[in-house]
Write a protein that binds this ligand. Sequence first.
Ligand SMILES: [Zn+2]
Length: 421
Amino acid sequence: MLKLFSWLLAVCLVFGGRAQNSWVIADVNVIPMDRDTVLKHRDVYIQKGIIISMVKHGAGLPKTIPVINASGKYLMPGLVDMHVHLPDGSEPIGMRQVFDMYLQCGVTGLRSMRGEAFHPALRDSIEAGYIKAPNLYISSSLPFKDSLLSNEAIAAFIDTIKTRRYDFIKYLGGIGEERMAKIVGLCRQEHIAIAGHAYKDLQGSIRYGFRSVEHIGPLANAYKKDSLNIASLLDSMVERNITFCPTASWSMIVGFQYSEEQLHSRYGMNRIDTALMHAWDRSFSDYKTRWQKSGEERRKEYAAKTALDMTRLAAIIKLMQQKGVNVVLSPDNAMYNVPGYAMYEEMKIYQSLGMSPYQVLRAATHNAAVFFDQSKWWGSVSAGKNADLVLLDKNPLGNLENIKTVNTTLVHGQILYRKKK
Ligand SMILES: [Zn+2]
C-alpha cells in the first residue's frame, strides 16, 4: 500500500495540472455512435475539453486554436472497459503500464470492480489532471459475509460510499435476504447504485434492481432453466434499466475454449514483458492442474458446458438487441487478457455472437454512458459532449479490426496518446 501511495505522489510531482485541451480536429470522418452513420469531412471544435461544435470542413478555421489535421481519419467516442480490476501488486504489471496500454487502445473510461481503499485518491488525482489515465469510475464491494454486516456496519459502509464518492457498490455474494433488503432500501434512499454478481440468480438481481449483472452465468442459467421465460426476464431488465456485462473473454479463457497457441497469440500479447507472460503461464497451468486433480473428465465437462453457454449467449444477445437491453463490453481481468488490447478480443466474440460492428462499438462506448446515466455528457460525438475521443486511421464500422488503428486518444480534450510516426 505504501508503495502505491509513493507512486501516486511521484506521478503528482511529475505532471501537475491539465495541459492543452482546446483543438480543431480538421477534415475528419465522424462516427457519432448515437446513430449508425459516418459524417464525412467535419471540423470538430474542442474547447477546454468539451466539443463545442461540429461543422462541414472548410467553413473557416479559427486561427487561435491549434489544428489537428485528420484528413481520411475517423473520430469516435473513446472506448470504455466496463469490468476492470486494476493492479493490486499480485502480478508483475504496474498501474502506469496498465493506464498506458488502455490509452494506446483508445480506452478513455474504466469501470473498476471491487475497488481498493486508495482508489478514491487515485480517481481524484486523475480528475485533477495529475495522472494521465482514462476516466476512472470506482466501486467498493460489500463484505462477502452476512455476519460482518451489523446495522452499524451497514450505516458506516454507506457513509463511506457517499463521502469518498464511490460511483456504485459492487455485490460479490454471500448476503442473506433480510440484510440485502435493508441495504437495497438504504441505497435507494441515498441514490446509490448496486452492480455486480447476480443476487443468487438473474431474478434476484432484477428483484433488487441491481444496475448491472456481470458475467454470462446468470443469463445462461436462466435460459437453461426456462428458455421460454427469458423474453419476459429481458423485458424486466429493460423496465428496470439493468445493464448486462457478459465478460465473455473471461469465460472463454477459464472455460478452456482456447488452445495454448491461441492464448499466446491474443491481441496485445506481444506488448507485455516476459515476467508477466511467465506469471500468466504459471497461473494458467496451476489452474488447469487444479481441475485435473478432480479428474480430466470433469475438466472436459466444464469446457463443454462453457461452449454450450456461449451458444445460449448468442440466443440471449440476439433477443437483447431486439428488446433494447443495455449491453456493455469488457473482457474482464484474466490471464492472457492484455489491458486495453483484450477489448478487441471481446469485440470479436460479440461479432461472432451475431452483433453488427455498430452494435459492438455502441456497447463499448454509448452504452457505458447509459449505465452511468451520463449519456447527456459523454458516449457520443456531438456538441456539448466531453471530448473523450479516439482518432483511428481506418473505419471500424466497415471492419471491426480497424479498431486496432488507434492514432490519437484524447481524454477531456487532452492528448494522452499519439501513435509514433
Ligand atoms: Zn471481475
